[in-house]
Design a protein around this ligand. Sequence first.
Ligand SMILES: NC(=O)c1ccc[n+]([C@@H]2O[C@H](COP(=O)([O-])OP(=O)(O)OC[C@H]3O[C@@H](n4cnc5c(N)ncnc54)[C@H](OP(=O)(O)O)[C@@H]3O)[C@@H](O)[C@H]2O)c1
Length: 254
Amino acid sequence: MAKDSIWTGKVAIVTGGSSGIGKAVANRLSGIGAKVLITGRNAHRLEEAAAGHDNIEALQMDSSEDGSGERIAEAATGRWGRIDLVVNNSGAGQPLPVDAYDASVIAEMSALNIVAPSQLVKAAHGALRECRGAIVNIGTAVSRNAAPMLAHYGATKAALEHLTRSWAIELAGDGIRVNAVAPGPVKSGALTGMMGLPEEVARQVEEQETAQIPLGRRGVTADIVPWILRLGSPENEWLTGQILTVDGGWSLRN
Ligand SMILES: NC(=O)c1ccc[n+]([C@@H]2O[C@H](COP(=O)([O-])OP(=O)(O)OC[C@H]3O[C@@H](n4cnc5c(N)ncnc54)[C@H](OP(=O)(O)O)[C@@H]3O)[C@@H](O)[C@H]2O)c1
């Protein structure tokens, strides 16, 4: 049984809600009374993520497809009649040295990190305006500095952060707050999934990153979730257009 809270009866969309940060956000929101629509491509993982949560509904959807935003927003309004929060969480990134540049890979990253959130924000705008809702975009601490081998990941996430500031102004008149959380290295499915690294390489990357983090460890999803909830909360009435870096101090030194 979900606890009563300021989220009781509120409706949230979390793209990429079947793993890692998105799944942890969806679980937390549903645990405190919100209805949550999660999306992702893999039906089995979505089913598993929604299982046992009365308040979580899953929609199989590749966010990089044209028209995904409308279908996601319609699924939420069709089921619950409102949208209070959009968390643009699904993202794409992979190591890409200059000699490996490939137009289709760069286009895919742009489609997921820039086009997909834009489509969803457009499609959800009317419902968010009615609820005076919020948008939280998930960037990355990688975009704070130069990112050799991850330049397009950093650049497309930096674009999402720029969109965050621009949407904050465009939507302020509707009472919609738009912010972003930029996590540092967090334990999730990202290194072996999104980044496509073999297990052994992923382990080495984890060790290197841990050694670089001033607060002495990699993040876990529980380090990120409260900030997403706080920025997306109806209680946050007066903070907009901000990018909150949550990375144990990592990007201060890199
Ligand atoms: N973990 C980190 O260290 C870290 C650091 C900074 C920023 N981030 C950002 O945090 C966000 C979440 O990453 P995570 O670490 O939680 O990764 P994750 O555990 O790999 O989860 C990614 C989620 O996104 C979904 N997804 C991937 N491509 C999709 C697509 N085309 N359409 C719809 N859903 C898609 C995945 O499901 P399917 O594969 O089934 O589609 C999964 O549910 C990303 O935007 C990432 O860039 C992560």
